[in-house]
Structures are given as C-alpha cells and as structure tokens.
Design a protein around this ligand. Structure first.
Ligand code: AMP
Length: 260
C-alpha cells in the first residue's frame, strides 16, 4: 500500500450500550466498500440493530504507518466452554499472569466487564502483578485502533488462513488486533471472547505464544464477552494506551517462524 492511507472507524450503540465496531486502514479507492460493509455490520448485528452509528474517516501520513508481522495461529479444540476457559487459564498462567488475577478477570468478562455491568466498547487493561484495572474509563475501555492488513500481502495471508479453513473477516480482524496489541513490550497477553451470542470461539494471544484460538469459550446465546489486555506489573498505562489507540500499523505475512 503506497498511496495515501485513511483510517476508517465505526462505532454502533443502542441505549448507550456498545453493539459493534470496526477499524480499517485503507486507500480512498477502497473506502466506499469498506464503509458500506461496516454499516451492514452495525445494522445486522446479532446483538440487535444499532440506534446510533458513527463513522470516522481520517487522513494519515503514510510515513507514520508502522509495518509489522502477524502472529502465527494455532487452534485448541475445546469440547465445551468450561474446557475452553480452562485452556485459556493455563495459557495465561504460562505467560506469567497469576492464577487469582486470571480467575478474577475471567469472572469480570463473564459477568459484564463494564463498570455498569454491561459490555464495553474497548478492552480492559489489567496489571498482571496487582490485578488493578488501568483503563481510564471503566465503561468504555481502551479501543485498539488504526490497524489493518497490508493490501499487497492479502493473498499471502489469505492462503495461510485458507489452509486452516479460517479465512473469514472476523478471524482476520481479531488476528490483526491481537498482533497489534502484542507488539508492545508492556503487554504480557490478551484474552478475548466475543459478545456476539452466536460466536463461541475466543483466543489468548501473546508475543511468545502467538495467536491461540480456543474453539469454545462461552455458552451459545450468552451476550457477554470482551477483551482483557494483561500488562507487566507497574506499567504506567498512558503511553501504552496512546500507542494502542493511535499508532497506525499495517500487517504483512506471518512471523518469520512461519506457519506452525
Ligand atoms: P468482537 O470481537 O467484535 O465480538 O468484540 C468483543 C469485545 O471485544 C467487544 O465487546 C469489546 O469489548 C472488545 N473489542 C472489540 N473491538 C475492540 C477493539 N478494537 N479494541 C479493544 N477492544 C475491542
């Protein structure tokens, strides 16, 4: 992608509650189709139709766009959501998050992570040493933005994902998001499961362990979900939040180790 780059962001809500969102980095040529796709997402979301939709388009300086590699992908099959959450617990503890902090964080995601008990628009930020929540607004959370796949490398990434029967927009967006989150050395790992009642797959991502999908993380019909970014003990959050929200990153093929 060598032309001028635009950031496109969508946020949809109903009665003040997050319904859906999306973020893309693209050229002017691709803007119309991408904006339309995000509008459809907002209006046809399994969480219900949005009442309010915001689309933001912003010009970025191409020289300020960072290039990086996607995390490698592995999948853990879970027979049910309890087994899936146990797999996630083990992966997070292996990455160095204390057991009781993992437990507490999973409980918060399962019960509605926002400070008002609803789902959040962004992610929780949790100090892996103290368990303290660091996001400045506990209802909104930290929205990771301004990241996408590099168009020139789309075919290569599509081939990798196709070989694993994973080539969907949802997987690509989650992989891109997790690859951005884990770029930053303050981040130990990210945990996610969707707030979409029909989508049961989640993941644990880390720079060391890659993007580890877990096929079942919640019961069907459950409207709760979200993301938790675990950071190193004592992290001062403002610099990290600034980069998570504002640093533009375009992703190329998978990390040098290649497909696992
Ligand atoms: P989704 O993967 O779109 O089903 O989103 C599940 C949850 O992850 C949402 O309810 C948000 O809490 C969180 N989330 C979604 N997108 C982002 C993002 N770009 N940055 C941070 N958190 C997000």
């Amino acid at each position: 992608m060598s032309q001028k780059i635009l950031s496109l962001r969508m946020h949809a809500s109903r009665q003040g509650e997050h319904v859906s969102g999306g973020e893309r980095l693209l050229t002017f040529e691709d803007l119309g189709d991408a904006a339309l796709a995000l509008l459809h997402r907002a209006l046809e979301h399994p969480r219900g139709c949005a009442e309010k939709i915001s689309l933001t388009v912003e010009n970025l300086s191409a020289s300020k766009v960072r290039r990086a590699e996607l995390l490698p992908v592995t999948t853990h099959q879970a027979a049910n959501w309890r087994q899936g959450r146990n797999i996630a617990r083990k992966l997070l503890v292996t990455q160095g998050v204390a057991t009781e902090i993992v437990e507490n964080s999973i409980r918060q995601l399962a019960n509605g992570p926002g400070t008002d008990g609803r789902v959040m628009r962004g992610a929780m930020l949790v100090d892996a040493g103290s368990g303290e929540r660091l996001e400045p607004d506990g209802q909104r959370g930290v929205r990771v933005s301004r990241m996408d796949l590099d168009n020139d490398l789309l075919a290569e990434v599509a081939a990798y994902l196709n070989a694993r029967e994973l080539n969907s927009r949802r997987v690509i967006e989650a992989l891109v998001l997790a690859s951005k989150v884990t770029l930053y050395p303050e981040v130990i790992a990210e945990l996610c499961w969707s707030d979409d009642p029909d989508y049961l797959t989640g993941y644990v991502a880390s720079a060391a362990g890659g993007y580890q999908r877990i096929t079942r993380m919640k019961p069907r019909g459950d409207m709760f979900g979200g993301r938790i970014i675990f950071v190193c003990p004592g992290t001062e959050p403002s610099g990290l939040i600034e980069r998570l929200q504002h640093e533009a990153v375009l992703f190329g093929p998978l990390q040098s180790g290649g497909p696992r």
